[in-house]
Design a protein around this ligand. Structure first.
Ligand SMILES: [Zn+2]
Ligand SMILES: [Zn+2]
Length: 238
């Protein structure tokens, strides 16, 4: 069977059935019960997916893993994220997942509003982020009273979670905790967004307010930034 052609023929109903099957399997895996993928696959083919092959259902499951992986959500280990989904397919798989309540797309929508960003980040930080978020290569500029950029809340949440309350500049503990118990650190883009820096984890660090101000205002800001590149291994010079 031509899998490319077949892929496009999936109805919304079929995609939703696949997502439902996937979420059921994910729940089994999370609860540490033994997951029998072949059995679940068979069950799906006895229902709405009666016209689909075992292999094409497995491929669809990998599409679903891709969507979860892109959101740093846990996915089924046995279904590795498939690369190169057609954009249309991704959108339809995503829509089916949203319809089934797999995630709230608003949590992940980029924003240029600092308060909105922080609210999203707080929510995302409550869970263990899986893998590394992709971020935004060229954050879009939004004009307002002060011009700012559309940023990916996952990037800020990941950088803060990864720092775990310790400033990546001076290695000191964050100066205080927020009312929700999380440590207060700021996230700085080493190549500033205004200088075309990407909103990527390879260009963002978690800093205490002192180190952050130092990056922007100090007489030794260039040297300090060089030190950051040396100290924080994931950073890449853009
Ligand atoms: Zn510091
Ligand atoms: Zn900054």
């Amino acid at each position: 069977m031509d899998i490319e052609k077949e892929k496009n023929d999936w109805s919304d109903e079929e995609l939703e059935a696949a997502v439902e099957g996937y979420l059921k399997m994910l729940a089994i895996e999370k609860s540490d019960q033994k997951l029998n993928k072949a059995h679940e696959n068979r069950l799906l083919r006895e229902g709405v997916l009666i016209n689909r092959s075992r292999v094409s259902i497995e491929y669809r499951m990998r599409n679903i893993s891709t969507v979860l992986h892109d959101l740093c959500l846990p996915y089924i280990i046995g279904y590795l994220p498939a690369k190169h989904l057609g954009a249309g397919v991704t959108e339809r798989v995503r829509a089916a997942m949203i319809a089934k309540g797999a995630f709230d797309p608003d949590d992940y929508a980029p924003t240029a509003d600092d308060q909105v960003l922080n609210a999203k980040v707080l929510k995302l930080e409550q869970r263990k982020l899986v893998g590394i978020p992709r971020g935004i290569e060229k954050p879009q500029r939004v004009s307002g009273t002060t011009s700012s950029f559309l940023r990916d809340p996952l990037i800020k949440a990941w950088v803060l979670q990864n720092a775990n309350g310790v400033c990546e500049g001076c290695s000191q503990d964050a100066p205080f905790k927020l009312p929700n118990g999380l440590h207060f650190l700021e996230v700085h883009h080493v190549t500033h967004l205004v200088n075309d820096g990407p909103d990527w984890v390879t260009n963002a660090v978690a800093l205490c307010p002192n180190c952050h101000r130092r990056c922007h205002y100090s007489s030794d800001r260039d040297e300090f930034t060089k030190l950051l590149y040396k100290k924080v291994e994931r950073l890449r010079v853009e």
